[in-house]
Design a protein. Structure first.
Length: 367
């Protein structure tokens, strides 16, 4: 006998929209257990009622592209309880901050309790995508709010890249946050989804990764790939975050677009400035996919740029980083003569391999 999430999941598999995945199947079972823990409700809830109170939620965690958000959405759509709310975690925290401020203006005393009551009245099922805790204010609020929410009987599904123990890792006053972790581990089903397949990268197979020449067409294709890889709404394209990453020795590197393990750079920024192996290794460790635009055909006078490009490609290759690029030539035409053009042959061969389906199917990281 199957629960509502399982039925929906199986239908998608039967329709060939999803491939069977054992790690996901375990998560689906957990989500059905949650579905069954809602007291009253539809037929399924009555059939699958587990212990009278059952789990207070499901915490799905694992690497990118494993299907966490997809499963959460499936649970949200198929768990028969109302009202319910699905929200990006970041947005939820912003909302909480506003409510706390309003409550403080209106009431004396601790605002957490009335805010928890409001939230509980608005949703019996709360789904958060991408829980992450990076600042002390959020850590404190969560620690206190969550317990109250669960007391209100609110059930929670959340996704995260980290296991609960690693939330707010190395954060300030982390000891005050530990009860929150205990609460998650005690009351929620914590389920790891870390199958071998990154389904999002899977979509790269068959995607053209090397675009010639530089220009609006190449830019448009890479931009499409970027939004596909990051599931970022195209309407928000002007707001893609940038980041300064630490490259050692107190130096940083500005990454103009940085989202979900995907970085976008110009060739100029990467190879036109005094950069070296340390910078490129930091990139290779940090990002599973790198998009480089504006790779020129390099003449003799560009031997420094060519040498940096060699080092860059070595670092990316050794860490199985996926490379998408816009260039003025195919790899073999990039640096035909000049100092180090012999060494550049290795780079050409690596670039060719990096376009292959086998290479693109590998996971990120040193092999
Ligand atoms: N079992 C599967 N078979 C095929 N595609 C899948 C499967 N699981 C997830 N996907 C797809 O892979 C992409 C990434 O999934 P997503 O849920 O966004 O991953 P995560 O939240 O873990 O990063 C989505 O488009 C999703 O529909
Ligand atoms: Mg996700």
């Amino acid at each position: 006998m199957t629960g509502p999430v399982r039925s929906a999941y199986d239908e998608l598999i039967a329709a060939n929209e999803l491939r069977p995945d054992p790690a996901q199947a375990r998560a689906v079972a957990g989500l059905d257990q949650l579905a069954g823990s809602f007291g009253a409700g539809g037929l399924f809830a009555r059939l699958f009622r587990s212990a009278p109170d059952g789990p207070s939620g499901v915490y799905l965690w694992g690497g990118v592209g494993r299907g966490k958000s997809m499963l959460m959405d499936l649970a949200f759509a198929n768990i028969d309880v109302h009202p319910k709310r699905r929200v990006h975690f970041h947005e939820f925290m912003l909302d909480i901050h506003v409510r706390l401020r309003l409550a403080r203006e209106r009431l004396e005393g601790d605002p957490i309790e009335p805010v928890a009551e409001q939230i509980g009245a608005e949703a019996k099922l709360l789904c958060f995508d991408e829980m992450q805790v990076t600042n002390p204010a959020d850590a404190m609020i969560l620690s206190r709010l969550f317990g109250k929410l669960l007391e209100e009987g609110v059930k929670v599904v959340t996704t995260s890249n980290r296991k609960p123990r690693d939330l707010y890792k190395d954060g300030l006053n982390r000891e005050l946050f530990l009860p929150f972790i205990d609460l998650i581990e005690k009351r929620m089903l914590v389920i790891e989804i870390n199958g071998p397949t990154d389904y999002r990268l899977d979509r790269l197979t068959g995607v053209e990764v090397w675009h010639v020449p530089n220009g609006p067409e190449a830019t448009a294709a890479l931009s499409r790939a970027f939004f596909q890889l990051t599931d970022y709404p195209v309407e928000d394209r002007a707001k893609v975050p940038s980041e300064d990453i630490d490259v050692g020795d107190g130096r940083t590197l500005h990454v103009p677009k940085s989202l979900k393990g995907v970085a976008v750079f110009s060739f100029k920024r990467l190879c036109g400035e005094a950069r070296g192996a340390a910078d490129y290794l930091a990139i290779a460790r940090r990002y599973h996919t790198v998009i480089i635009v504006g790779i020129p055909v390099m003449g003799r006078e560009m031997r420094n740029e060519a040498a940096r490009f060699v080092t860059l490609i070595d670092a990316l290759y050794e860490h199985n980083v996926k490379l998408l690029a816009a260039a003025d030539a195919e790899p073999e035409g990039l640096y035909a003569s000049g100092d180090g053009s012999f060494e550049f042959l290795r780079t050409i061969s690596r670039l060719e391999e990096m376009r292959s389906a086998e290479y693109l199917a590998q996971g990120h990281g040193k092999s």
